[in-house]
Design a protein around this ligand. Structure first.
Ligand code: MG
Ligand code: MG
Length: 248
């Protein structure tokens, strides 16, 4: 868990701002009829215009700038001209930007037009879980508190918790130690002052279980019920949790 200097925190905020700009635009343009590849192009252009590098592009061979995961897709969905969003879909957009070496990583789930009450509920619970987790990003306290806060919101909302994926340290690399579970594991890890962690609950309307499709990337729920994903990059400062992936 790398302790960030003041300069590194500043750069992480700049990287995070660019990621937030992408999400600001996604919120505007996501509507029935747009393809996930069009969304990818928009994200790429924003990141490039702001002199940053799309962190995901080429990461482990990932072919695009953003992950676009629709409905039962949980994470790592690949943008395609053939995936046209339609009324009632939920689409999770995950995006990373690297600015002068430092990474911002944030995901958000968007309703396409009007969604069902069930999906509305899932989105609300997952967002609540994210912010409950963020509140626990306090230096010198157990990282398990973040996991517990997320798990408690999921249980209260009666939704499934994806077990195989979770949050992570972030800095010069997108994925650094420690791994952050979205449920209690008995971890003894302590949050260090000024460390950065991407907190990212992935919650499902149905079961916890997920699997990866034949494309080697797209993770889907076993029961094909919708999934939601909300993520912010957060620094545990002495003054409290600092979310880097927002607009100033
Ligand atoms: Mg992410
Ligand atoms: Mg992440």
């Amino acid at each position: 868990m790398h302790k960030k200097s003041r300069q590194e925190i500043k750069l992480m905020k700049m990287a995070g701002n660019i990621v937030a700009l992408v999400h600001q635009e996604m919120k505007k343009v996501i509507e029935p009829g747009i393809s996930t590849l069009e969304l990818d192009k928009i994200a790429y252009d924003i990141i490039k215009k702001n002199k940053a590098v799309p962190t995901f592009l080429g990461y482990g061979g990932f072919p695009n700038t953003i992950c676009t995961s629709v409905n039962e897709q949980v994470v790592h969905g690949i943008p395609s001209k053939d995936v046209i969003l339609k009324e009632g879909d939920i689409v999770s957009i995950d995006v990373g930007a690297t600015f002068r070496g430092l990474v911002g990583d944030s995901a958000w789930s968007y309703a396409v037009g009007k969604v069902s009450k069930d999906i509305e509920h899932l989105m609300e619970v997952t967002q609540k879980a994210l912010f409950a987790g963020i509140e626990q990003m306090i230096p010198d306290t157990p990282l398990e508190n973040v996991s517990a806060a997320i798990e408690d919101e999921a249980i209260k909302g009666k939704v499934g918790i994806v077990r195989e994926y979770g949050g992570h340290g972030v800095g010069y690399e997108m994925h650094e130690n420690p791994f952050l579970y979205n449920y209690r594991t008995g971890s003894k890890t302590i949050i260090k002052e000024n460390c950065a962690i991407a907190i990212e609950p992935m919650l499902n309307l149905g079961c916890d279980e997920v699997h990866t499709l034949a494309d080697g990337w797209t993770v889907v729920t076993d029961d094909k019920k919708p999934s939601a994903h909300f993520e912010h990059t957060v620094i545990a400062t002495p003054e409290g949790p600092l979310i880097t992936t927002t607009l100033p």
